[in-house]
Write a protein that binds this ligand. Sequence first.
Ligand code: NAD
Length: 334
Amino acid sequence: MTQKISFFSTQSYDKSFFEKYNDNFGFELEFFEVQLNFRTVDLIKNTAIVCVFVNDVVDAEVIEKLAEKGVKIIALRCAGFNNVDLVAAKKSGIRVCRVPSYSPEAVAEHAMAMILTLNRKTHKAYNRVREQNFSLNGLLGFDLHGKTVGIIGTGNIGKAFAKIVLGFGCKVLAFDISKDQEIEKLGVRYETLETIFKSADIISLHCPLNDKTKHMINKSSLSQMKDNIMLINTSRGGLINTPDIIEALKDAKVGYLGIDVYEQEEKLFFKDLSEDIIQDDDIQRLMSFPNVLVTAHQAFFTNEALTQIATTTFENVSNLITRNDIDNKAALLN
Ligand code: NAD
């Protein structure tokens, strides 16, 4: 029997990549544009498999409903899984899988793109030259060569990012709860968080969001950092306490902020709100700073990553259906 997968938060590119790579698998695909949450869960009918993304709300309440409807598999088409209540899923007998690694280079390269844009102000130069303004005033940058970069979290993405910044001639310090010997051999030095806060010119966040890391960038950690610090977050919005970072930007403690993720992003990102009045005052304030660059969770968005996301998601689901297991243990969350 053909198995149906119901997708939530579907964008046109999800549809085209999943349809393209379904030839080898032959699933029936059903696409909903809406986010999965308590209000939309009733759209699900006659399906044992749901496929969700970063901002779908898969809490205990939603999971209870999914179980009532006979859902057996929740397939995340992303790496982070902070939006899924794994304990509730386990209790309900629902297996949860994810795509643990899909082109970590895509995210690491985007983090570097943010650094280069904030530093060399190419976004401003682009607009300026189009208006025949060839002046350099206000575009002054700094050499990355020789600067100290602190990386928090050296998993797949942090490691790819470490190699990029080493290539730029930076001194690289890292903090992780477990060390990676490959990057140590390349010249990365593991340090305490405090040392990184104190010594880094640029800090890039690549650890997951959990109880230990939530709001790790806050008033106290910001106060330990160098003045004019550059902070880059391509991981999860909840790593940063937003009111605290706004204060630090106003005080010029933070000199540059690049965020691809935002704690309240589920109401904003992946949508065209150009005709709407945005009610979120924090994002409006952040976007008003000339030294803040916001991208809307696009770090993963490359052809290679979308290909891997589609094929790995289908493989995960096939493996769970045929033998209730997945070889890549990092893909199976419960
Ligand atoms: P990963 O699991 O390979 O690496 C995470 C690393 O963080 C691990 O080495 C882990 O030991 C470390 N870590 C865990 N707790 C920590 C702590 N308290 N302090 C410091 N380090 C800690 O994950 P990854 O593939 O490198 O992804 C990292 C994060 O990037 C994901 O959690 C996800 O939230 C985010 N992400 C964002 C995008 C995007 O498009 N912006 C895309 C993919 C992933």
